[in-house]
Design a protein around this ligand. Structure first.
Ligand code: PXL
Length: 266
């Protein structure tokens, strides 16, 4: 029997990011992936590929989670990855459901702002995510922008800044942090920082170009979730997720969209 991992995430119709990236990653890492959708994101080719964002009704999110959590009991399903939630109403329902089951492993990819959302609305969403979801997370995987938001730092310009952000986020949330530098920090290496309160590890892989590839962050968090579901230690999971995403970026897929998408296959 494979290990089972649930993703609670949005759909991104070009297939690079969101639930599609999570499910492909789960398959590639040999775990049985299931998904509850929180929103539908459709990039708009007529408007500079900005995000069109439609939330799914909270009751429909609750229905999906009821189906998934009833089908798979706590003995089978104890790892969940959370991606884009996108609205305070969605956050409230996900937080309620998460509190009803003692998931040992909640991996929060704290997708904060989606282009195309109202700024005021996005601020409410950020606040709700910090207040209601972050306290339930055992692991949090912020990207550069999210690490700034969650740590309260002014900016992150170096590996030591990213390290400080990871430490601050750990200290305020209690979660193990895997902070993703991606292409945002200068230099030839893509650097991530792992910090669990005791172990601090700088993970590196050569950058594959200087342009962000869609789905890299989602796939890193999903691969990390798949590995810990199998019982791998968090630090080992971070290393193997990093290697997996490096490979997935190397095999990226280009399209008529102005960004490439990671490919988790060969
Ligand atoms: O990469 C962040 C992300 C997560 N989830 C969904 C998205 C995006 C970015 O486009 O659309 C659904």
């Amino acid at each position: 029997m494979p290990h089972i991992v649930l993703t609670i995430a949005g759909s991104e119709a070009t297939g690079g990011a969101g639930a599609q990236a999570d499910l492909k990653t789960f398959q590639a890492r040999n775990v049985f992936g299931i998904a509850a959708l929180t929103c539908i994101v459709s990039f708009d080719p007529k408007d500079n590929w900005n995000h069109r964002f439609v939330p799914i009704e909270p009751e429909v999110i609750a229905d999906q989670l009821e189906a998934a959590l009833t089908a798979y009991g706590p003995d089978q399903l104890n790892t969940v990855k959370i991606g884009m939630l996108g609205s305070p109403a969605t956050i409230a329902v996900v937080s309620d459901v998460l509190s009803t089951r003692n998931f040992n492993r909640v991996v929060l990819d704290p997708v904060l702002i989606c282009k195309g959302q109202e700024p005021g609305h996005a601020l409410d969403t950020d606040r709700a995510l910090k207040q209601q979801i972050l306290p339930l997370a055992s692991f949090v995987t912020p990207n550069h922008f999210e690490a700034i938001q969650l740590s309260g730092m002014k900016d992150i310009n170096s590996v030591s800044d990213l390290t400080e952000a990871a430490q601050r986020i750990h200290d305020s949330s209690g979660s193990t942090v895997l902070a993703k530098g991606g292409v945002r920090l200068a230099g030839s290496e893509a650097v991530d920082v792992f910090y669990d309160g005791t172990t601090l590890e700088i993970l590196t892989a050569p950058k594959v170009g200087e342009v962000a590839v869609s789905g890299a962050g989602c796939s890193l968090a999903a691969a990390f979730a798949a590995e810990i579901a199998k019982g791998v230690t968090p630090l080992e999971a971070a290393h193997s997720a990093k290697e997996f995403v490096h490979k997935s970026i190397t095999h990226r897929v280009s399209s008529h969209a102005p960004f490439d998408a990671v490919w988790q296959g060969n």
